[in-house]
Each structure stands twice: as structure tokens, then as C-alpha cells.
Design a protein around this ligand. Sequence first.
Ligand SMILES: Nc1nc2c(c(=O)[nH]1)N[C@H]1C(S)=C(S)[C@@H](COP(=O)(O)O)O[C@H]1N2
Ligand SMILES: [Mo]
Length: 373
Amino acid sequence: MVKPTPTDLMEDAGTGLDYGTRPDRLPGFLTPVGRFFIRNHAPTPRLDPAAWTLRIEGDGVRRAVSYTYDDLWRRFPLTSVVRTLECAGNRRRLLCAEHGCRFEGVSWGRGAIGTAEWTGVRLRDLLKAAGLTDDACEVMPEGLDEVRARRPMPVAKALASDTLIALAMNGEVLPPDHGYPARVVVSGWLGAASIKWVGRIEVATRELRVPWNTDDYVLVPERHAPDQPADHPATADHSEPGIPITSVPVASLVELPWPACLPPGPNVVRGRAFAGERLIDAVHYRVDDGPWQAAEIGTRQEAGAWVRWQFRWDAQPGDHVIRVRATDDRGRTQPEHTPWNALGYCQHSVLAHPVHISEGVGEGGLIAQNSLD
Ligand SMILES: Nc1nc2c(c(=O)[nH]1)N[C@H]1C(S)=C(S)[C@@H](COP(=O)(O)O)O[C@H]1N2
Ligand SMILES: [Mo]
């Protein structure tokens, strides 16, 4: 880790490499760079931009090309997009609690998600310069970290106007932990597709199989062998390939500690909802056994970025559960339960946030009604 990860802003996921954003420390629409979650499979490499190049090659391009850091800044139009990155393993701890079992993989709470304004060049501009062949099929960025992280995407996704090679984050030169000098941003997809410290992009005329779409970042569903009793622990059949995760499912978070302590009386409960490549249509909440009600949603809506939402709550002393259920623009809504999958990805069940209300806790109270955008 290069940037500081103070415990009042970040949650240590316990691997020495991975830090979540504290959901109760989200000050505005964008996640500040200093609080943005870090997911590293190996230590942050320190790369010299003067020596760095980005090479595009493979049987899917007419000629291999290499760009310097300067080329990217000067030769191509710069573009900025606000996009949310979410790790496929976000909320794995909640999935453990739901299924009463342990999963391998980083023990994320709710903090493996963040939103930034990414500035850089469109991947499609770089690919055009290399000349895609008619049968180009997949585009696979590769990282320069120890694990040589790779995750392919179809050509169509690589050519999308919001698939970027990002050089800056929230208006600052990309920080080392987030991929300096350059990272990929694949809108709405699982974070693992947004390769940091990119150094090479392979364009292939066939489907590429690499660890990150065969062994990791795949949904391996529950299977019971026929001779096993139904209550036998679920087993994953690794002889069958899992389904590679692409766009992330609709989910939400509440901007409060877990569990939260608030004073009685009027409170404003706020949160975020994100639906991968889709827009958020509605966010509903329910306190204890009360009716489901619509939360107010911010007007700043763009596919690939989260929305903010809020509601006013006259809280009575005692222990409560706030349930939150977001729905995307295809009508897909957060389910009561997330199906078990071997690697513990894509928890997106209706959120059940525990809240304790009593006198003398926190400052609380009604906060100034300011814009959600
Ligand atoms: N080269 C490289 N790129 C990577 C990773 C990595 O370990 N190495 N982690 C991926 C994963 S799993 C996620 S969720 C995002 C996290 O991005 P962030 O650390 O900037 O939040 O980066 C992705 N890109
Ligand atoms: Mo991730």
C-alpha cells in the first residue's frame, strides 16, 4: 500500500493488501481518492512513467503498436466519466452470515465499492490505431503487477465509449494504488475487469481463458450429488466451469456503521444503490415490519455509476432493522436471498441494516437537507 489507510476512514480486510471504504465515511457523490477501496492481488508496483509503455498486440490487430505515457496524454482526446467500481466479492461477510458458512477470498464487509471521475483515453481510440481484424473477438488487458492480472472482455465492450484507459482519478494523476500510470475502467462490470498498472493489451480472434475467467470471478452454483441427502453441505463441482461474472447485480448500502446507533427523533437515513451497467429505477425501504416505502433518489443518474438515496425517519428507542431493496431499470430487484456460490460472489440480497436507537448516542438528528447529487 502506498497511500495511508487510517482506520477511521478505511476497513482493513485483513490480507495486508486490501482495504474497504467505510460506508459511514462517504462525504459526497464521489469517493475521495484517500478513501477509495483498494483490492490488490500483489503489492502495489512502483512504475516509472518514462520507461512505461502500453503495447497492443495479438492476432486480432493488423499491427502491434506501443504507446508511451506521453502519447496517451497528447495524441488522443481526453475524456472523463464518473463510474462506480465494485468488487465481485463485496459483502462476502454478509453472504457468509446468510448461508452460515465460510468462503475463501477476501472477507469484505460493505466497503469494496467506490465511485470516481476517471479521466483518460478511450480504449477504442487505441484499438482503432492498431486496426482490429474483422474476426477480432476478445480484448484482454494485462497488469504489470506480480500476478500479471488479466481479464478479457468482448470486443463490443472494449469499443464502448465509456471503456477507458484512465490516467487520472477525481482530477488527480492516478495514485499508485489505483493503477498508476494507467488502468482500465470497464463500466458496470466487476472491479476485476478494471485492470490496474496496465502494460499490455492482447486482442484475440478466439475466446481467451485465463485464471480470472476460469478459476476466479466465476459463479460456481450449488450442486448436490444425487446420492447425498438434501441437507448435505453444498458442494462446488470444479470440473464444471463457473459462469464468468460480468455486469454486477443491483445492490444498496446504508451510510451508517454496522450496527448503527442513532438518537431518537427525526433522522435522515442515506445510502447508495448501484446496478452495474443498468440504471436504478427505485429504492424502497422498510423499518421493522412497517410498509415498504419509496426513498428519495438523487437525480444524478448515469448507467455505471451509483445513485444516492435518502429518507426521513422518526426513530423510536429500541433495536430496529432497516431493510433496503433497490430495483434496476429492467425491473430486477434485490432478492430475499442470494444463491450460494462456491467463491462467495455477488451478495446482493435485500439489505437488513441493524440500528439501535437510544438517548445520548451520537450527535444525530435531522441533518441539513442538501442535494443528493
Ligand atoms: N493489475 C491488477 N489489476 C486489478 C487488480 C489487481 O490485483 N491487479 N485487482 C482488481 C480487482 S479484483 C478490483 S475489485 C479492482 C479494485 O480497484 P481499486 O483497488 O482501484 O479499488 O481492481 C482490479 N484490477
Ligand atoms: Mo475485485
